[in-house]
Structure formats: C-alpha cells, structure tokens
Design a protein around this ligand. Structure first.
Ligand SMILES: Nc1ncnc2c1ncn2[C@@H]1O[C@H](COP(=O)(O)OP(=O)(O)O)[C@@H](O)[C@H]1O
Ligand SMILES: [Mg+2]
Length: 450
C-alpha cells in the first residue's frame, strides 16, 4: 500500500471512530455500557495498528531479500565478477575451486609447459581472462610439493612489480597456482635455435635483460620482504605480447629478513646457473641470483647454452664452456665473435655488445663480493654512469656435465636441467657433505682454471 492511501484510510478511520464515540456518548452518557464499548473500540484499534506495523515490516524485508536476489543469477554472478575484479585490481590472489579450474582449462587439456615442480595448462576464466594454471607435482614427495607451493605463494604474494608474473589465485586441494597467461611463453624458446624458428632481436634481448634485472633489483631491495629467487634461468623468464620479460616460477624462492645476510636452504635448481658458493655450502644470498642472471645474459648474447656439446674430430663430442670463451674474446678485443650469428644482420653496435658482455661477466664472477648488486646491473645495462669497465679474470668453476649419464645429456630445454636433464637432486646445504653429494651426480670440477 502506498503511503498516501494509508494516510487517507487512517484519517477516515479516525473520523469514523470519533463519530462512533460521539454517538455512544449521546446514547449512553457516562454510563457503564459507554465505557465498555469505548474500551472494546480502543483495543480493536490498537490490535489493528500492531498488525499493520508487523505486516509492513515483513513486506519490507521480503522486498529487500528480493532486491538482493533480483536479476537472479545475473546479479549473483555480476557480484562474483565484481568481487574478483576488485581483488585483481588490488593485486590480491583469490581462491579457486578445483571445479572452476577444471572448467577454465576445459579438463586440463592444453599443456603449455612442464618444469621440475609441475605441469602448466592454459585456461580461460569466466570473466574472459587468459590464465596459466600450474599443477604442483613437486617431484613426487607431498612434503616437497607443499614446500614449493608455500614458497611460491608467499614469495610472489609479497611482491608486486610490472616485471614479475602476476599470481591471480590458487587452489589448496589439490595444489594449483593460477597466473596471468603469457602468450609468448618462455625465453628459452626465443633465444636458442628451435624448430619454431622464432628469435628475439638484439634490442628485444636487451629489453628483456633490463626487465629481468629490474625485477631482481626490486625483489632484493625494494620489496616488502627481501626475496631471493634462486632459480633464474631462461625457462623461468616469460615474455608478454610485446616481448617484454617477466620473471616467474618462485618455487625455490626464499624470503629473508632485511637484516639477514644469507639463507641456509637446500641446494636445488638447475645445473649451470647455480652460484659456486651456494653449491659449496655457504648458503644462498641475493648474489646467487646475480650469478644466475649473468649466466642467462651470456646465453642471450650467444643464442646458445653455456655448456654445449659440439661435434669433434672423428665423430667425437667436444664440450665448450661459453662463459670462458666470452671472457677470452673480450680480453682479446674480439667480442663480436661471440654474438649470436643470427643477430649479425642488421648490424649490432659493437659498443652495445661489449657492454652487455662486460655486465654478464661481472655478474658471473666467482667471488660473490665482486658481483654488482642488481640495482647497479640495471644502471650498467642502461649505460648510466658511463662505460662498463672490463671485469677481472675469474677461475670459472663449473659443474662438470661430462660426468653425467650421456642418456640424460640430450638436447632440448624442457623446463628441467640444462640439456633437458632433470633438475639437481636435493642436497643439504650448509655443510661440506653437500659438496660430496653434489659431486656424486654432477662432479664439480675446474674445467677452465686460469
Ligand atoms: N604464466 C605463464 N604463461 C605461459 N606459459 C607459462 C606460464 N607459466 C609457466 N609457463 C610455461 O610452463 C613452464 C613451466 O612453468 P614453471 O612455472 O617454470 O614450472 P616449474 O616450477 O615446474 O619449473 C615454463 O617454462 C613456461 O614455458
Ligand atoms: Mg620453472
């Protein structure tokens, strides 16, 4: 009932009641029947008022409920989309149900990548966002997969940067991580010769190097908690639609207090990118990331893996260690000879190549203290502060791949170790025994001591 009609009715009822009272008074005067009939009328009016009030309240709440459900599913799903939109804008990862992820990935059909900790599927969310859904397998052991899951969520949750791949959400059981989808995949497929025939130009490689260096500088210094990534390699660098680099895969990342100088953590990761001091049991620091970044930069420069088997005389295989070759050529002033041959036309400026080679060799210094901080690496790459001087000679301790099972040392990048080998087995760092266990399977040796 509308407010105006109610008022008219109430007014009319009051007039009728007054007239009735007057009639009763004229008929009975102030006698007993007059008081009795007045009491009856007043009780009836009171009861009607209370009933009307209750009825109005019930109707109002029914209306409110109807408003919430109004538009039925449209409104409900709009609210979900709105809620996830605000979480997304705020950069907060949301929780997904296994069913949602199964629907988004169309039953986990399209595999876009595999790494040491899981399988990655392409999917599309209800709001149209393309996502990469990573199922954490963790190399078999549930305890280990749990650890990787926690590292990844906490490390990337503490960090937000344009050059870090964005975590959109997760599912707790089973373990899934949902990332924004990077349509150009990982860097390895763009710098090493592959069947796909795609390749980054010099300028694009330089830009990706700067992007990753910025991401690491942020993680090491400017982020809420200091984060060390500990698995920087081409397979963990993704490219967006504009071929800009984004650092991904925080499965091995460790968080450090601002005052903490090193973290004692299990040595894991990929042979060829691990800093010698970490392998030798001295714990991990941000300088381990600097070393790995230097190794990646060298591979971007040469368009080849740092350790590569080449055909020798009489069908034999000869192993070449690219960082050593670059160091020698730089010293001899013949840096253009190490540049990826596919980049020679159109001509690339020699000064730019020399600068990148110098930066890479500074980062790959054996002595952690000689390596620059990532913030300085960004400046060096961008040419701020003048020429980058030649780095001092370094011993170049490397993990000797020759000791590996030849069956494992076949080509391909995959997402595991170098040459498609599985990532290094976990060994306990912090004691001398870690070196022994590493040497059991990977045989540490000096290939190129000077
Ligand atoms: N967000 C993404 N967009 C597109 N491809 C991705 C994405 N995340 C991972 N991949 C692909 O899956 C591979 C493995 O993912 P990664 O996170 O490195 O897993 P793992 O921890 O097992 O190494 C990557 O090398 C890349 O090719
Ligand atoms: Mg990976």
């Amino acid at each position: 009932m509308e407010g105006k009609t109610a008022k008219i009715l109430a007014g009319a009822a009051a007039v009728v009641l007054a007239a009735l009272e007057l009639t009763l008074f004229l008929c009975f005067r102030l006698s007993r029947p007059f008081y009795l009939s007045s009491a009856l009328i007043l009780s009836a009016v009171l009861a009607c008022t209370v009933a009307a009030l209750l009825c109005h309240h019930g109707r109002a709440s029914r209306m409110a409920r109807r408003l919430v459900m109004d538009g039925d599913e449209v409104s409900a799903s709009a609210r979900v989309v709105e809620y996830s939109f605000f979480r997304k804008v705020a950069g907060l990862p949301r929780r997904f149900s296994p069913e949602e992820l199964a629907t988004a990935t169309d039953g986990f059909q399209c595999v876009v990548g595999r790494g040491s900790s899981g399988t990655v599927f392409k999917g599309i969310l209800d709001d149209g966002t393309s996502v990469a859904v990573k199922r954490i397998d963790g190399g078999g052991s549930p305890a280990h997969s749990d650890k990787e899951f926690r590292s990844e969520v906490s490390a990337i949750g503490a960090a937000q940067h344009a050059c870090l791949v964005r975590l959109l959400g997760f599912c707790l059981s089973p373990r899934f991580l949902v990332y924004e989808f990077m349509e150009n995949g990982s860097l390895d497929t763009w710098i090493f010769p592959s069947g796909a025939g795609r390749m980054l130009t010099w300028q694009q490689r330089w830009q990706v190097a700067v992007d990753v260096a910025r991401a690491l500088a942020y993680l090491h210094g400017d982020c809420r908690a200091k984060v060390v990534h500990l698995d920087v390699k081409p397979e963990n660098i993704l490219l967006d639609g504009g071929h800009r680099g984004l650092l991904s895969d925080f499965g091995l990342a460790a968080m450090m207090g601002k005052e903490q100088s090193r973290v004692v953590t299990t040595v894991r990761g990929t042979a060829g990118y691990l800093a010698p001091e970490w392998l030798l049991g001295a714990g991990a620091t941000e300088k381990c990331d600097v070393y790995s970044f230097g190794m990646v930069l060298l591979e971007m420069l040469g368009g080849r893996r740092n350790l590569q088997a080449e055909a020798g005389i009489g069908g034999s295989r000869r192993w070449t260690y690219f960082p050593k070759i670059v160091a020698d050529k730089v010293r001899e002033g013949r840096v253009m000879e190490v540049l990826d041959r596919r980049l020679l036309a159109p001509a690339v400026e020699e000064a730019a190549v020399r600068r990148v080679a110098h930066v890479a060799l500074w980062c790959a210094q054996e002595k952690a203290s000689a390596r620059p901080a990532m913030a300085r690496v960004v400046e060096m790459l961008e040419g701020k502060g003048g020429e980058v001087e030649a780095p001092p000679p370094s011993d170049m301790i490397i993990v000797d791949m020759l000791a590996l099972d030849p069956a494992g040392a076949r080509g391909g990048g995959g997402g595991g170790g170098m040459f498609g080998m599985p990532a290094m087995p976990p060994v306990s760092a912090g004691t001398a025994s870690s070196v022994v266990s590493v040497s059991d399977s990977f045989a540490l040796s000096y290939l190129s001591g000077r």
